[in-house]
Design a protein around this ligand. Structure first.
Ligand code: URA
Length: 234
C-alpha cells in the first residue's frame, strides 16, 4: 500500500497531510526515515510517524459534531483557544475534522479518522453542497439575492452560482439560507460582504445530505451506516 494511504488509513491524518509528514522526514519505515512519496509499504514492515508506531487498520469512527461559536477547528491551538478536540475527548480514536469552520461559525462539522474519506470530501472536484444559515444585517433585497445566486467576486475569486433563499426578513435583519460547493476561506461571509451585507451569525446546517438536525451545540452523534455509505459514494 502506498505510504500516504497507509498513514491515512491508520487515522493519523489525511493523505495530503501525510505527504507533508513524509517530505518533512517525520515518517520511518523499519526505523529509517523515508522521504519518498511513492513508497510502497510491504507486508511485515513497521511504519512510525513522529516516533509512534502506526497500524493501517484502526477502527473507523465517523461523527457529526455541532460546533459552537468560539471553538477552533483544529486538534490543538498554539494560542490556547478552545478546540473541537475538547468536544470529542471521550472518543479514544484520534479524530480529525473534515474541512473547517471559522472560530465564529457554529454548526455541522464532520470528524473522522478515515483519512481517505477526508481526502475525498475536501477535494474541490467533489462539489459537495454545504448549507449555511446566515443572520444578516439589514434588508436582503432581490438585487442582492440575484448577485449571490449568479456568483460574486470575493477578492480574486468569483464564486460559482449559489442556491439562496430568504427564510425570514425582519425589520433590522434577515435570515438567509445559502448552499455553496466551494470552500474558500470565510467564503460565505465574504460573499455577503461582496453584496454589501454583514453576517451577524453563521451556522452550517448540512453537508450534502448529512443534516445537523436537532443535535445540541457542543454535542456529537455517530453517523449512521447509511450516512457513511452516502459520503463514501460521493
Ligand atoms: N463560510 C464562512 O464564511 N465561514 C465558515 O466557517 C464557513 C463558510
Amino acid at each position: 500500500m502506498r505510504l500516504n494511504k497507509y498513514i491515512a488509513s491508520a487515522g493519523v491524518c489525511s493523505r495530503r497531510k501525510a505527504d507533508e509528514l513524509i517530505v518533512n522526514g517525520n515518517v520511518k519505515i523499519n526505523g529509517a526515515v523515508v522521504k519518498e512519496l511513492g513508497y510502497d509499504v510491504k507486508e511485515g514492515e513497521t511504519v512510525s510517524v513522529n516516533g509512534r508506531r502506526i497500524e493501517a487498520s484502526a477502527p473507523k469512527v465517523y461523527i457529526a459534531l455541532n460546533k459552537p461559536e468560539g471553538y477552533i477547528t483544529s486538534m490543538n491551538d498554539e494560542m490556547d483557544r478552545a478546540t473541537v478536540a475538547q468536544l470529542v475527548a471521550d472518543i479514544p480514536e484520534r479524530l480529525f475534522p473534515v474541512g473547517r469552520l471559522d472560530y465564529n461559525t457554529s454548526g455541522l462539522l464532520l470528524m473522522t479518522n478515515d483519512g481517505d474519506l477526508t481526502y475525498t470530501l475536501t477535494h474541490p472536484k467533489h462539489e459537495v453542497y454545504k448549507t449555511y444559515v446566515a443572520k444578516v444585517k439589514g434588508i436582503m433585497s432581490d438585487a442582492r439575492i440575484g448577485k449571490l445566486r449568479r456568483g460574486v467576486d470575493i477578492g480574486g475569486f468569483v464564486t460559482s452560482p449559489a442556491k439562496v433563499r430568504v427564510v425570514r426578513q425582519m425589520k433590522t435583519y434577515a435570515v438567509v439560507e445559502i448552499k455553496i460547493h466551494e470552500g474558500k476561506n470565510r467564503q460565505v461571509r465574504k460573499m455577503f460582504a461582496a453584496v454589501g451585507s454583514r453576517v451577524i451569525e453563521l451556522k452550517r446546517t448540512a453537508i450534502g445530505d448529512i443534516r445537523l438536525g436537532r443535535l445540541m451545540e457542543g454535542h456529537y452523534r455517530k453517523l449512521t451506516g447509511e450516512e457513511i455509505n452516502y459520503l463514501k459514494g460521493l
